[in-house]
Design a binder for this molecule. Structure first.
Ligand SMILES: N[C@@H](CC(=O)c1ccccc1NC=O)C(=O)O
Ligand SMILES: [Zn+2]
Ligand SMILES: [Zn+2]
Length: 208
């Protein structure tokens, strides 16, 4: 019996809700079998932060690594899924369970993931919480909302705290069907040279 897999990735399709003002998701057929081409080929137009994605340090640090340069270790390995529903504007240190040892933490904040509409006022992560997680040895933090900072943030305090601790970030996860607990995370960024983020196919696999 193979280990159970949870797909925690948004479906990338035209109409995907994106950050206000960001690039809409689109794909266009550039070679068509219907027109006699031997194959169908398409072109994608999308934001680096479309759907479920991994921020690269370059997103919040002009001198930071791009998506093609980051080590892969943070994005694959044991993780802890934490239910943070109802905590309000930001996940505070007091909202955290006793972590034991966790290298990667994923936070669920939505009762139901808003697949069809952009939701403002989403839950962020307080910078103090990022600093505390870094002291616990956490290398990667993930969340089901579009950002670890509030939508109107101009100082990006949580991203700056991630930078100071050289942690990695996943955003736009879909955790509705995932019970709290420990899993194997596989969520690798694409080697997109020069990119500030990368779409990912994020999955959780049951630990055996
Ligand atoms: N997923 C992004 C959201 C974000 O910061 C953003 C995305 C598109 C355009 C502007 C953005 N941020 C601030 O203006 C993040 O890393 O938080
Ligand atoms: Zn992002
Ligand atoms: Zn981010």
């Amino acid at each position: 019996m193979s280990a159970r897999i949870w797909d925690i990735s948004q479906r990338l399709r035209p109409g995907l809700p994106v950050w206000p003002g960001d690039t809409e998701f689109a794909h266009e057929r550039t070679w068509k079998m219907a027109d006699g081409s031997p194959v169908n080929v398409s072109r994608l137009t999308m934001s680096t932060h479309s759907g479920t994605h991994a921020d690269a340090p370059l997103h919040y640090d002009e001198a930071g690594l791009d998506s093609a340069s980051s080590a892969l270790e943070p994005y694959i390995g044991e993780c802890l899924v934490v239910d943070a529903r109802g905590v309000g504007a930001a996940i505070e240190v007091g909202d955290l369970p006793h972590l034991h040892s966790a290298d990667r933490i994923l936070f669920r904040t939505y009762e139901t993931f808003p697949h069809e509409a952009w939701e403002t006022g989403f839950t962020a992560i307080a910078a103090e919480t990022i600093k505390w997680l870094a002291l616990q040895g956490v290398r990667l933090v993930g969340i089901d909302t579009p950002s670890i900072d509030p939508q109107d943030s101009k100082t990006m305090d949580a991203h700056k705290a991630v930078l100071a601790a050289d942690m990695r970030i996943l955003e736009g996860l879909v955790l509705d069907d995932v019970p709290e607990g420990r899993y194997e995370l596989i969520a690798l960024p694409l080697p997109l040279a020069g990119a500030d983020a990368s779409p990912i196919r994020a999955i959780l696999r049951e630990l055996t």
